[in-house]
Design a protein around this ligand. Structure first.
Ligand code: IMP
Ligand code: MG
Length: 187
């Protein structure tokens, strides 16, 4: 069954359609399955809320033993402005010591969120720690963070859909679209 989605008027253009996302997520999962084939057990840590759809699709394509856990972080503020301050709202349940950990994130922008998370997880002595990020805006980077698995590089625009939001809206659009700047300049 396919659902017809009309494109909301707040979307300036579609950057990545459903088929492009599906194909890339499958490729990433295949690569992860190969790379971790000899590993005892992989723990995927999804960063809430933005990664929940990406993670759900990614993990269902994995052919290796894995567990799923979540962490919730928040950069201060509701809008598109990044302040560089990161708050831990909810920690993982799993003990990460001696575990192979893969952080799954929706998007890397300044890099502050992932860099904070990497530093925090490294103090827990995981057996290995890598990152899997669906989208990257390279022009916006303030801190250098290693991305081991990357879906797509995108230009410096605010994107929504496939888990990504603006003020908690637009997360369940099946594609990734550029938000019309009027939506955030008017708020
Ligand atoms: P950072 O600047 O790399 O720390 O990214 C902070 C967070 O901002 C990301 O995890 C996303 O949740 C969010 N973010 C950054 N750019 C976008 C975007 O274009 N759309 C939706 N969320 C974004
Ligand atoms: Mg996020």
């Amino acid at each position: 069954m396919s659902t017809d989605f009309s494109i909301p008027s707040s979307i300036a253009r579609v950057l990545l359609d459903q088929a492009a996302i599906e194909a890339r997520v499958k490729q990433l999962a295949d690569q992860i399955s190969r790379d971790y084939a000899d590993v005892d057990q992989l723990i995927l840590v999804g960063v809430l809320k933005g990664s929940f759809i990406f993670l759900a699709d990614l993990c269902r394509h994995l052919s290796i033993d894995h567990r799923v856990d979540f962490i919730a972080l928040s950069s201060y503020g509701q809008t598109t402005t990044v302040t560089g301050e990161v708050r831990l709202l909810m920690d993982v349940k799993a003990n990460l010591e001696d575990r192979h950990v893969l952080i799954v994130e929706d998007i890397i922008d300044s890099g502050y969120t992932l860099s904070y998370l990497m530093r925090s997880f490294l103090t827990r002595s995981p057996a290995s720690l890598r990152t899997c990020v669906l989208l990257s805006k390279p022009d916006r980077r303030q801190v250098d963070v290693q991305i081991d698995y990357l879906g797509f590089e995108i230009p410096d625009v605010w994107v929504v859909g496939y888990g990504l939001d603006f003020a908690d809206r637009f997360r369940t659009l099946p594609f990734i679209g550029e938000l019309d700047p009027q939506v955030y300049t008017n708020e």
